[in-house]
Write a protein that binds this ligand. Structure first.
Ligand code: FPP
Length: 249
């Protein structure tokens, strides 16, 4: 089944609007397996994955969730066949070009996090354009992790803090969690409250290692291209049944 934007346009009545996660993060896994199951090339799974992502983003906005972060390409994904990597880079670029007008119309603020300098120049241009044009939008904050690795993010934050210490701009005892957070790619974003992973793998896969410290995890066997508003509803219902204690009793 594919994403169907006509279902569940309103927040389902059993969900408590005041206890929705402010920020949802998604590991969109299973595109390749979805395609294989249909006897299609893996790249078709990625294409369908974009449709799902668009609908989940719209759904977050419809239901009053303020931020969505999606893991689009990890630092490890360069190890995939060249053909697939090229396809993904071209897909990101095309989607950005095609969807910019829609993002403006829907008040979406897009932000990319990761080591963006290593991406193809033409993709970097689209990324810069989309971030600049949507900068003042407030409808929903949409973050796309591209060439992103959580460990790499932490290492680059350490480097940049160490450089400031070396230059005498910072004292070691001024380094605290808030300052560290400020040096991450995601500086300024609130941490995700809910992390959803599709396709059944029980792993974090180097995604937002610092930021998910207290996120609730939700794993579904559904493959990403089949993840729709009904599935999202299930994830939110499960989230609302959790008792978030943040280490307290
Ligand atoms: C994981 O499935 C999915 C990806 C590595 C790519 C996800 C990217 C998109 C859906 C496009 C997003 C586009 C924009 C512009 C934000 P997999 O290939 O690992 O699936 P498998 O585990 O079944 O092989």
């Amino acid at each position: 089944m594919t994403a169907n934007p006509t279902i569940l346009q309103e927040l389902p009545a059993d969900l408590d609007r005041d206890r929705l996660p402010k920020h949802v993060a998604v590991i969109m896994d299973g595109n390749g397996r979805w395609a294989k199951k249909q006897g299609l090339p893996r790249i078709i799974g990625h294409r369908r994955g974009v449709d799902t992502l668009k609908d989940i983003l719209r759904c977050c906005k419809d239901w009053g969730i303020q931020a969505l972060t999606a893991y689009a390409f990890s630092t490890e994904n360069w190890g995939r066949p060249l053909e697939e990597v090229d396809f993904l880079m071209t897909l990101f670029e095309r989607v950005l070009r095609q969807e910019l007008r829609e993002m403006m119309a829907e008040d979406v603020k897009i932000r990319f996090v990761g080591n963006l300098d290593a991406l193809p120049r033409s993709l970097q241009t689209e990324i810069e354009r989309s971030m600049e044009q949507t900068y003042h939008n407030q409808g929903i904050h949409f973050t796309v992790a591209t060439n992103y690795g959580g460990r790499q993010e932490i290492v680059q934050a350490c480097r940049s803090i160490a450089a400031k210490v070396q230059q005498g701009l910072l004292q070691p005892d001024e380094i605290d969690e808030a300052l560290f957070q400020h040096h991450l790619y995601t500086a300024g974003n609130c941490d995700p409250d809910l992390l959803i992973r599709t396709s059944g793998e029980m792993r974090i896969s180097n995604f937002l290692l610092w930021q998910v410290a207290y996120a609730e995890l939700y794993v579904t066997n559904t493959l990403w291209p089949d993840f729709d508003r009904r599935e999202f509803h299930c994830a939110l219902s499960a989230y609302q049944q959790r008792d978030r204690r943040f280490g307290k009793v």
